[in-house]
Design a protein around this ligand. Sequence first.
Ligand code: ZN
Ligand code: ZN
Length: 365
Amino acid sequence: MKTMPTMRAALLRGFEQPLTVEEVELLDLAPTRVLVRTKATPFCSTDVTSFHGRLGKVPPTILGHAAVGEVIEVGGEVRGIEVGQRVVVPGTPECGDCFYCAAGHPDQCAELFDLGGVYPDVARTSDGLLVNAAGCVGGYAEIMSVSRNQAFPVDTDLSWEVISLLGCGITTGVGAVLNVARVGPDDAVAVVGAGHVGLWAVQAARLAGAREVVVVEPREHRREVALEVGATVAVAPEDALAAVRDVTQGRGADKVVEAAGPPSAQRLALELSRRAGTVVLSGLKDASGEVSFSQIPLAIHSRRVLSTQNGNVRMRRDLPAYIRLLERGALDPAPLITSTYRLDDINTALRRSERLEDLSGVFVF
Ligand SMILES: [Zn+2]
Ligand SMILES: [Zn+2]
């Protein structure tokens, strides 16, 4: 019998317990799956939420829901992915066959969302516990065992650190602007939240030709980065309404993208939009969160309130396009990569993300 490789992985064994880096044994590879040697994984704020048990993940689990790496083995039924290829393993699969993929909404692919948050096991600990991979990725580990529908070969000389941002921050932020809000030339855009999603939304809005990009962000340092990557104005939340009205003759923004998370930020996003404007909500702070809106702006003023998971991207169409934008320098990753980490630094990365000290802290392997 063939023995499966072992690998080092950062395990969440219990909520709010420090993660432990352990040697685990991978389970047999199913014929529809591939093994990927992890090269880079950005720490995502979603994992702070998971760490606190607010997203329904079941320990023991390997967090890290988007990553990149090199294919080291493919199952017998896998076609179109070869050993040695560079692949993006994004937070969302795209099976191509399910109801949602067929309906043009692979962001809701049944392969992930029909699981209801119960992910397949990928490894076993030395004390015999089965370990699952959060979001079916498990990027805080030396090897990922993933579905063939969640590994997308890419052809580029960009660094691993840069392309690691494609699977969550770039897809969500750029997709929210281009695919969902559909920002066009001359739009006045507001972006609520200048974190690792909002700052990509700012860059995409600028690329799409927006005439104003007003960023709303409580932390001064993040406002400065927003101005550096293309915001025309950056203000604290208490100044947001005045700032948006100031550049829209009092109307409010044509398009608002929320990339913050708290219910208060989503309410603010609605308030910043003009009548018949478009609001795109993408943040999530807590699975039990609730948002309330007043009825007049919704029922009488014809606002379009949309939500997006992962920017509604279609991986095979959008990943190559986003890579070309990065290669041309039209999207700039440099200000967003604020730290690099080794796997043993996992608890430091978690702490720094929770304190909002990193934009994107990237694990390199
Ligand atoms: Zn993420
Ligand atoms: Zn699907």
